[in-house]
Design a protein around this ligand. Structure first.
Ligand code: SF4
Ligand code: SF4
Length: 408
């Protein structure tokens, strides 16, 4: 099956010469493979007339088109399509009882669409994007008998409630006002406020405003808010970002405990966390912004190895040009260059927190790692070295200008 997708944001008919239309071979032969919209000037591409030559993709000056050939078996597996040349999703992950189900794959492959479908926020149109009256019966009939079909029967009966831990917790301070206590009290449907805040190690943050929290604290607060909801399915979108290794392991235990009584789906890029947390994993692959395909669930180990390998044997599909291989560390001490920055006895007071360091240095040709729990001053030290913070005590020498990539 042919898939033709227009990246709406990229397409700029006023800043091009309609190259997609002008060079399309079927159009030149009089077929209406591409029609330019009367109002917007943007192309509508007929997938049935397109011959897949790719000329429009190469000619478009704004990288606005994607043309792909997909296996014909997928034709009956389309779950949702937004428009004629819009994003489409094939297959769905299955929320399973007593299992933590993981989703592994790049962003932009339709996980939000999947979550919206599984939560009943959108009724999947099964590819018929013009059908504004799509109903749950059609969705249920399209699925083979099994757990996913039973799940949608419950969604139709409005027996499924979901909670979502959003991906971008750093956006919460702009969207949510008040203290941590205010926010968590409002969502405490399970009467587990005290237990969960203690388990997540945020019980000392309750009187702080959301705007005062660090990335790791925001993450734990968002996870806590999700856990406090009394729902049937819990989605955790990237729960490990901003967390140190101890906090990650703590979250793993809490989510696994939750899965004993509730359905849990976790979207996670950290393979180590996925490995220890999940019972089953769906790989999602496709083309960012164009289409996404969920594979059936595999055991976690098998899914991770398949993902790293970049080849799906059952589907006979290569999802990446090359396998991901972990390189062995090469010791480069012999090539150590001159000193770039050094420091000693640094002291910096920030509110209740005081940083104190020993001596250290960074040389050319050297990568220096800093490891330790959140809240112990790693960022403060880096900011001092980068000149973003003054220091109260100690010394820093620097013979180079320093660029600093902040945490969030
Ligand atoms: S797809 Fe490209 S060539 Fe076609 S109208 Fe849009 S910007 Fe112009
Ligand atoms: S890929 Fe399809 S739409 Fe694009 S130029 Fe070729 S035939 Fe036309």
């Amino acid at each position: 099956m042919r898939v033709a997708v227009l990246k709406e944001d990229n397409c700029q008919p006023k800043k091009c010469n309609d190259e997609c239309h002008a060079f399309c071979p079927p159009v030149r032969n009089g077929q209406e493979c591409i029609i330019l919209d009367d109002k917007t000037g943007k192309p509508h591409i007929s997938e049935s007339l397109c011959i897949g030559c790719g000329i429009c993709v190469n000619k478009c000056p704004h990288d606005a088109l994607i043309i792909e050939q997909l296996p014909s078996e997928l034709e009956t597996d389309m779950i949702h399509r937004y428009s004629m040349n819009g994003f489409r999703l094939f297959r769905l992950p299955t929320p399973s009882k007593e299992s933590v189900v993981g989703i592994l794959g790049p962003n932009g492959m339709g996980k939000s669409t999947a979550i919206n479908a599984l939560s009943g926020r959108i009724i999947p149109n099964l590819g018929d994007w013009m059908d504004k009256d799509a109903d749950w019966d059609g969705v249920i009939e399209s699925l083979p008998r099994g757990e996913l079909r039973d799940f949608f029967v419950a969604v139709k009966a409005e027996k499924i409630r979901v909670a979502l831990k959003p991906q971008n917790v750093d956006r919460l301070p702009k969207r949510v006002q008040g203290t941590v206590r205010d926010l968590l009290t409002k969502v405490d449907e399970r009467n587990m406020f005290q237990e969960m805040t203690e388990k997540l190690g945020i019980d000392h943050l309750l009187e702080r405003t959301i705007q005062q929290l660090s990335g790791g604290e925001l993450q734990r607060m968002a996870i806590c808010a999700t856990l406090l909801r009394d729902v049937d399915v819990y989605f955790f979108d990237e729960p490990s970002s901003y967390l140190d290794i101890h906090e990650r392991m703590r979250i793993v235990g809490i989510i696994q405990e939750l899965s004993e009584t509730k359905r849990v789906i976790v979207i996670e890029h950290d393979l180590a966390v996925l490995d220890v947390l999940c019972d089953l994993v769906h790989i999602v692959y496709g083309k960012k912004g164009a289409f996404g395909i969920f594979t059936p669930a595999r055991s976690t180990r098998q899914a991770i190895n398949t993902y790293l390998d970049g080849f799906l044997p059952e589907q006979n599909v290569r999802i990446r040009d090359k396998p991901i291989k972990f390189l062995n560390h090469s010791d480069r001490v012999a090539e150590l260059g001159s000193q770039v920055v050094s420091w000693g006895g640094l002291g910096k007071k920030l509110g209740d927190f005081t940083l104190s360091t020993g001596e250290g240095a960074v040389h050319r040709s050297e990568v220096v790692g800093v490891v330790g729990p959140n809240g112990t001053g790693k960022s403060t030290m880096i900011k001092v070295l980068a000149g973003e913070h003054d220091y109260d005590e100690g010394w820093v020498t620097s013979s180079a200008s320093i660029s600093y990539k902040p945490q969030h």
